[in-house]
Design a binder for this molecule. Sequence first.
Ligand code: PFF
Length: 446
Amino acid sequence: MGRENFGNRFGVLVAMAGSAVGLGNLWRFPYLAGTNGGAAFILLYLVFVFILCIPVMYSEFLIGRRSGANAIGAFKTLAPGSKWGIVGLLGVLASISILAFYSVVGGWTIDYMVKAFQFRFTVTDNAVLEGMFAESISSVYEPLLYTAVFLALTAFVVLAGVKNGIEKYTKVMMPLLFLLVIIVAIRSVTLPGAAAGISFLFKPDFSAITTDTVLDALGQAFFSLSLGCGCVITYGSYVKKDEHIMKTSAMTAAADTLFALIAGLAVMPAVFAFGISPSEGPGLVFITLPHIFAQIPFGGVLAILFFFILFIAAITSSISLLEVVVAYLSEEFRIKRAWSVFAGVAGVACLSVLCSLSQGVLADVRIFGLNFFDFFDKLSANIFMPLGGFLIVIFVGYKLGRKAFESELTNDGKLRVATWLLNFTFFSIKYITPLAIGVIMLNGLL
Ligand code: PFF
């Protein structure tokens, strides 16, 4: 069977943005910014996105498109007989470990969507909302059930394939998502007392920066842009040869970053206006937003819409993660797509159970001092993804080399890209990006 491609240019962009924009923007970014002191963290994150992540994104994209293969097959195709396939394997493992906790949070969004349908968000007492969140995530069966539903829906879309599944669904959902987050952000910044939250987001306090903060910001930049785990390689492999890699990457990064900032504006001013602690942790969005909805006209309906969007944002990202695993299994082992989906989801589900239960009955089981959920989160965002990105730029800079880099980014000379831009990008891929990622990782981990 021939490989599928994305149908058109808009479809590619939407699928890439759909992967990038997700719980990382709406759930992870606000709470990490909150626990890492706000503006200084955000500034670092922005610097990392534009200086380090964009070269990684070009590199992944060009590896995918040039090889036309899955995350591991891509390295085997471009560097036959070498050990580079290990980088792809690292990506597949990263995708599995992200899906393990991502699907649990995806389950929480379904849970909150159901609560919104029952019009449960009429309370404005922080303690009650905190209690509601704690209870929702710590019980045994309900979160497991919602996680299972989330994974099943992810599998359903991936099963439908690239053009009919991924592209079709994402195209409708992404623009809608954008609109709704803007509406919530407008409400949040106009709340009385919102100003403190806005300055928390935009007035940096550099004394709050530690080596952990720097690694967290790098990890978040990678996580948010879906980098270093084979996802952009896999999506890149479905892209036709006339696509402008640099333009699509830059637009994806811009959309994702804009989204994160708007999500910050939707959450943080309200956090301050309601006297919630910005360092509340993973519950931040789930505690703050119901509070907003309880206090605004048509809040009940907005709550339904919002948790629906959060769920959609999560699904369009989780399908890209599952696709990494499915493309690998179906191409490298020549297994039917349906069986690959089944095997991928079954493997992930085992880990998801641990992540979900670690919010309750398994809370005391620790790996390196972290519960399962936090372990998979930190392992993927702060280790696997930056490490993957590091190895990917090394691969492009030193193994593929300048000629392949240039021919891929200019579509064999058909696109005109300024020479200085190509020079600068390649220099960054060869020296700046690997060096910076290496230093930040060593500093943060040692
Ligand atoms: N970028 C997604 C988010 O911000 O929610 C998460 C993600 C998706 C990470 C796909 C990695 C990936 F391959």
